[in-house]
Design a binder for this molecule. Structure first.
Ligand code: NAD
Length: 418
């Protein structure tokens, strides 16, 4: 029998404790940061297409706002639970702090099966949820964003409900909106751009030549495919392998990313491309490459395959792709794992830029957004890298430690009141 798995909230708490131990955080600050500041549970009655009313359950958990308004996505999934939303809200507090964004951490979710909702049902559910949490969100209070199975369209509906209740247009209440509703240019591939920036910085620190460095990418969806394009076209790297849920493809001399994209569009998978070697998803992870980007699922790098991984740099496009056991093995081997809260934080960073633009009613060019993203992620990477060297810890613990320190300093400066 395997050991009982920790639920996500227990996992978030144990990670927090590990980071708190590194900086000898006081018991008082541990107590403050180990609980979300507010948990909102809402019942959402929705008229379904068949004429019946169905009541859904929704959550918004606001973990901490010591550094700025709460920030975090809204997830639609049958497996949403309060434990998961709490954990994700705490991770958002650390993610915004690692990037030094003037924002806190929150997360929302609705227990539902979005694949079985019509567009009309989806819209009525979303508007009812926006109404139910409207008193607790706002441009200076809590700024939600998309997450699993929520899209720019959902964000536009939420902004519309909030604006209707406020009596004026308020785009700054939510990010990830369509461009025509106050969204930001550069948002759609910002997560992948962030992944590429962290890889470029890691390569500099490790004296790996970026031009022609070999890359394997697991997952060819939003994050994986855009990372492939940016790394190949802007950094001159050689993408030798990619995969999707059907399997992987490999070409030692480097794949033509444009052809892979066309094939994925045409047949729905990369595996039907001609002139390449077919490999399994497992093999993608253990290829002899300089860089590995897991950009699909969680817990794919485990104690079973970690010792076989040859990449010197692993940049976590996906959330939670590496288990704690695998982390230890990779750390001992000397592989650099750029943790998800840093590597895939390009999305939340451009969300922050969107919010700033909305507040100013002044929109920036895509070049400007990308330039500022590069500047901020480069600085964050180097802050975390230096903390890793200073405390002689792995990069994940270093990122968490830096974040916990920034948040606890903000709590201390503001003080406990009354
Ligand atoms: P997506 O749905 O667009 O793409 C997922 C890809 O993974 C698809 O190509 C799919 O075929 C592939 N896949 C599914 N099962 C697989 C398997 N068993 N083996 C290999 N590949 C498999 O999703 P996405 O938006 O690209 O997100 C990918 C990961 O990145 C997720 O963990 C997500 O939480 C994380 N993430 C995404 C963003 C973002 O801005 N999209 C931001 C932060 C983190």
């Amino acid at each position: 029998m395997s050991e009982k798995k920790q639920n996500p909230w227990e996992m978030a708490l144990s990670q927090f404790k590990k980071a708190a131990d590194v900086i000898n955080l006081s018991d008082d600050l541990r107590a403050v940061l180990s609980v979300p500041q507010r948990e909102i549970h809402v019942a959402l009655p929705v008229k379904m297409d068949n004429g019946k009313v169905k009541v859904f359950t929704g959550y918004r958990v606001q973990h901490n706002n010591a550094r700025g308004p709460y920030k975090g996505g809204i997830r639609y999934h049958p497996n949403v639970s309060i434990e998961e939303v709490k954990a994700l809200s705490m991770w958002m507090t650390w993610k915004t702090a690692v990037l030094d964004l003037p924002l806190g951490g929150a997360k929302g979710g609705i227990i539902c099966d979005p694949k079985n909702l019509s567009i009309g049902e989806n819209e009525r559910l979303t508007r009812r949820y926006a109404y139910a949490i409207s008193k607790f969100i706002g441009p200076y209070e809590d700024v939600p964003a998309p997450d699993v199975y929520t899209t720019p369209q959902h964000m536009a509906w939420i902004m519309d409900v909030y604006s209707a209740l406020a009596g004026h247009y308020e785009p700054g209440v939510i990010t990830g909106k369509p461009i025509e509703s106050g969204g930001s240019l550069g948002r759609s591939n910002s997560t992948s751009r962030g992944v590429a920036i962290t890889v470029a910085e890691a390569a500099k620190r490790m004296n790996i030549k970026l031009k022609d460095a070999s890359v394997a990418i697991q997952g060819f969806g939003n994050v994986g495919s855009n990372a492939a394009i940016i790394m190949a076209q802007e950094y001159g790297m050689k993408i030798v392998a990619v995969s999707d849920s059907k399997g992987g493809i490999y070409k030692k001399e480097g794949l033509n990313v444009g052809s892979v994209l066309k094939e994925k569009e045409k047949s729905g998978t990369v595996t039907t491309l001609n002139g390449v070697e077919k490999i399994s998803n497992e093999e993608v992870l253990t290829l002899d490459v300089d860089v590995l980007v897991p950009a699909a699922l969680e817990e794919v790098i485990t104690e079973k395959n970690a010792s076989k991984i040859k990449a010197k740099i692993i940049s976590e496009g996906a959330n939670g792709p590496t288990t704690p056991e695998a982390d230890e093995i990779l750390f001992k081997k000397g592989s650099l794992v750029i943790p998800d809260i840093l590597a895939n934080s390009g999305g939340v960073t451009v969300s922050y830029f969107e919010w700033v633009q909305d507040l100013q009613r002044l929109w920036w060019s895509e070049e400007e957004v990308n330039r500022m993203l590069t500047e901020r992620m480069t600085k964050s990477f180097n802050d975390v890298y230096d903390a890793m060297k200073k405390y002689k810890i792995d990069m994940r613990t270093a990122a968490l430690t830096l974040a916990v320190k920034r948040v606890s300093d903000a709590v201390t400066a503001r003080g406990i009141w009354p």
